[in-house]
Design a protein around this ligand. Structure first.
Ligand code: SDX
Length: 436
């Protein structure tokens, strides 16, 4: 970041001395006002619940232009990466800053493939859960539990440890997500197969059974790989900020990623794809397209508490580019599976059409986000609704790791410790009546 020949001067109407604050610029995007010395100079904090106007860090990994609806991973547009690369290429890019050359690509794919198995003891963690446990509850436990097995890669300040724990997490997430699914349906776990692709391996671990060979459908394999790419990273979103704050205490990478899994689960964040598909199925059950108008009235009525899940975004105030790519993938998969007339897909497209013409949504710049179509394509592939967020967590693991590693390598980083505006009781004594 570079100092800008401009400064912010804070003046106070009560005559308190004004304060000059430096302004820094990045390569693209808004400049920042450096307030690190504000408390020392004024005795005051800034106040920004939800961090709507706060840059928590400097980062070179992902950039979003919310007004243009643009998403860049290390400068490359998501549309080009989703079309020309595979997920492991994108993992390499996010972790190392450049796309791999042929040798680097082969070595990286091989390295990840050779770490896809998990310790045999991991299966005993699952036995403690009820069969109907939500997969995200299981995954939060399993990912945190990884730190119990890999003491040779838990020192977050050791670059070698960071390197191997990154590979282990990227490689093992598909295995763990598939194990959570198999445990829920009472089927045996499927071991990964080294001759399969990352996405192909996941499909076989999910839908294969020991009784027969599993043939990977290349259209579904490509669709899933693209879904992973679209979800890989997204600036300082809630779960990434959780991973950074958690990791800033120096805890091990597995624990920090487990915190990200837990945060992603929320319906306002990664849980929106599950909530969106449930919403579409509810509308379908209650009359389908004919009932969309009635549903939209509820969404616009603040008192109803009903939101159009899969719509709106803290940053995108235009169409989420991932939603466009997801809709394309939806078309491809539904065509491949002969589900071109899928009623939910038709309902979603009708809902989108109505929303994009409705003043309530236009005024608030509410557009479909990544979650609006992802549920339909995942359901078509056969992934159960309650596993959608697990797939999101699988894909986002590389983004969380890249962001965590960037923070740890940043000489300016220190343990995160926000302050507050205190509005509670001033000092008071325990009353005699309450004294024991
Ligand atoms: C993800 O941050 C990321 O990058 C996240 C993510 C990633 O890749 O990591 O992109 C993944 O989390 C995508 C978002 C998934 N969530 C949903 O689809 C849930 C539905 N969306 C809303 O909950 C909401 O849009 C948020 C939480 C996503 C964004 O919240 P904001 O930016 O704080 O929006 P807001 O609440 O300030 O909304 C502005 C207005 C409000 O109305 P007014 O008070 O101005 O009258 O729009 C309304 C909101 O009530 N609004 C919606 C709405 N989203 C916002 N009204 C109906 N339906 C919606 N979906």
């Amino acid at each position: 970041m570079k100092l800008v020949d401009n400064k912010a001067t804070l003046t106070f109407s009560n005559g308190s001395p004004s304060v000059d604050l430096p302004v820094y610029a990045g390569n693209i995007g808004p400049d920042v006002i450096d307030i690190r010395k504000l408390y020392a100079q004024t005795g005051m904090f800034t106040y920004d619940p939800g961090f709507l106007s706060t840059a928590s860090c400097q980062s070179a990994i992902t950039y979003i232009d919310g007004d243009k609806g643009e998403l860049l991973y290390r400068g490359y547009p998501i549309e080009q990466l989703a079309t020309h690369c595979d997920y492991l290429d994108v993992c390499y890019l996010l972790l190392k800053g450049e796309l791999p050359d042929e040798t680097q690509r082969t070595d990286f794919h091989k390295l990840v493939t050779n770490h896809t198995m998990v310790n045999e003891q991991m299966q005993f963690f699952l036995r403690g859960f009820r069969r109907d446990a939500h997969p995200m509850a299981v995954l939060t436990g399993l990912v945190g539990g990884l730190s119990a097995f890999y003491h040779d890669s838990t020192d977050i300040n050791n670059p070698q440890h960071r390197e191997i724990s990154a590979i282990r997490l990227i490689a093992k997430m598909p295995t763990l997500v598939a194990m959570a699914y198999k445990y829920g349906v009472g089927q045996p776990y499927m071991y990964p197969r080294n001759e399969l692709s990352y996405a192909g391996n996941f499909l076989r671990m999910m839908f294969g059974v020991p009784c027969e060979d599993y043939k990977v459908n290349p259209v579904l394999e490509r669709a899933l790989d693209r879904i992973f790419i679209l979800h890989a990273d997204h600036e300082q979103n809630a779960s990434t900020s959780t991973v950074r704050l958690c990791g800033s205490s120096g805890t091990n990478p597995f624990a920090a990623i487990a915190a990200g899994v837990a945060c992603l689960w929320g319906p306002a964040h990664g849980g929106a794809n599950e909530a969106c598909l449930n919403m579409l199925e509810d509308i379908q059950r209650n009359g389908g397209v004919a009932k969309v108008g009635e549903f939209m009235e509820k969404v616009k009525d603040k008192n109803s508490g009903v939101k159009l899940m899969g719509f709106g975004h803290r940053v995108y105030k235009n169409y989420d580019p991932r939603a466009k790519l997801m809709q394309e993938t939806c078309n491809e998969v539904l065509e491949e599976l002969g589900l071109g007339n899928d009623p939910l897909f038709k309902l979603a497209k009708e809902l989108e059409k109505i929303a994009l013409e409705d003043d309530y949504f236009v005024q608030r710049k509410l557009y479909p986000n990544v979650d609006f179509y992802s549920g339909i394509v995942q359901r078509a592939i056969g992934i159960p609704v309650n596993l959608f967020t697990g797939i999101f967590a699988l894909a986002r693991t590389v983004g969380w790791i890249a962001q965590l590693n960037e923070m740890i390598s940043d000489p300016e980083y220190k343990i995160g410790r926000p302050r507050q505006l205190f509005t509670g009781s001033v000092r008071r004594d325990v009353p005699a009546a309450a004294r024991k």
